[in-house]
Ligand binder design. Structure first.
Ligand code: F6P
Length: 322
């Protein structure tokens, strides 16, 4: 093995650059060459590929977004697309790859391995929805961005005796909502997999008023990409009481920004480990961190598993709110 290709795919996530840097630098320091592939699998098919020199990775560990750009490219599910990608790998002499992204990216990684190009997947997504890893690259930063925003919204909630429903990202995963809910002391967390009743939440807010807390913050998971979960909840809530209630949808602000130290370290550990696996001749594996230990599992095992959020956080948020 002489040349490793790196690509990022799906939604961008903070510390993807730290992961790219780790893969490229580890490859170079192991005597290999590293090639960046722009625009995910779409760029692979188009041959948008360039060689990394060690200096190209300077000043990237603290940058948000992905220097390799990203794209969602469902066409790579078709054999035709995969064969076009392989033509490019042959042309550039790339023998193995590291793919950084979410669930969809792992399908592409497995297909490449099946075609004889060992590929390792790194979990790069703010959603934290990948099985066999406690944390994904980008989750910690997105969580901190969400908590910072909710803290600010609470100032206005208090000043105006309002109730805010703050919608966070995560698609079908509850993790950002659960962690942000506990970290911001929310009055309730609404998230996929947890039943809720609008009237009960309204009664809790009224009881809080009676006890002297005349504002409220509800953290609500989007439940589906870019949904209207928070505005819809507010509409329902108003049916159960005289609330000055507003919705705030945090949106893509959660995807950008300077990655936290925790995300940078996670990305660095995972990126270096991915190169070690390739050097051992392994492919078709997904890197994760479980009980603080970086490890790898078969990508096929991930497809048969479901990520489980820390469900204890839901009750904790409820127990600790006013
Ligand atoms: O997967 C990351 C994510 O930000 C989700 O949390 C969100 O539902 C989705 O991507 C939004 O996708 P897009 O950027 O394509 O609108």
């Amino acid at each position: 093995m002489k040349r490793i290709g790196i690509l990022t795919s799906g939604g961008d996530a903070p510390a993807m650059n730290a992961a790219i840097r780790a893969v490229a630098r580890k490859a170079i320091s192991s005597g290999l060459e590293a090639y960046g592939i722009n625009y995910g699998f779409a760029g692979l098919v188009a041959g948008d590929i360039h060689k990394f020199e060690a200096a190209d990775l300077d000043d990237s560990i603290d940058e948000g977004g992905t220097m390799l750009y990203s794209a969602r490219y469902p066409e790579f599910a078709q054999v035709e697309g995969q064969l076009k990608g392989i033509e490019q790998l042959k042309k550039f002499g790339i023998d193995a790859l590291v793919v950084i992204g979410g669930d969809g990216s792992y399908h592409g990684a497995l297909r490449l391995t099946e075609h004889g190009y060992n590929t390792i997947g790194l979990p790069g997504t703010i959603d934290n929805d990948i099985p066999y890893t406690d944390f994904t690259i980008g989750f910690d930063t997105a969580l901190n961005t969400a908590v910072d925003a909710i803290d600010k919204i609470r100032d206005t909630a208090k000043s105006h005796q309002r109730v805010f429903a703050v919608q966070v990202m995560g698609r079908f995963a509850a993790d950002i909502a659960l962690w942000a809910g506990v970290a911001s002391g929310a009055d309730a967390v609404i998230a996929p997999g947890f039943d809720y009743n609008v009237e009960e939440i309204a009664n809790k807010l009224k009881a809080n008023r009676a006890k002297g807390k005349d504002y409220g913050v509800i953290v609500i998971a989007e439940g589906d990409a870019n949904s209207d979960a928070a505005p819809e909840f507010i509409e329902q809530l108003k049916k159960y009481g005289d609330f000055d209630a507003r919705a705030t949808v945090l949106g893509h602000v959660q995807r950008g920004g300077v990655p936290t130290a925790r995300d940078r370290v996670l990305a660095s550990k995972m990126g270096a480990y991915a190169v070690e696996l390739l050097l051992e001749g392994k492919g078709g594996l997904a890197v994760g961190i479980l009980d603080n230990k970086v490890q790898a599992h078969d990508i096929t095992d991930l497809f048969n598993a479901k990520h489980q959020p820390d469900s204890s956080l839901h009750q904790l948020a409820d127990d600790l709110s006013f």
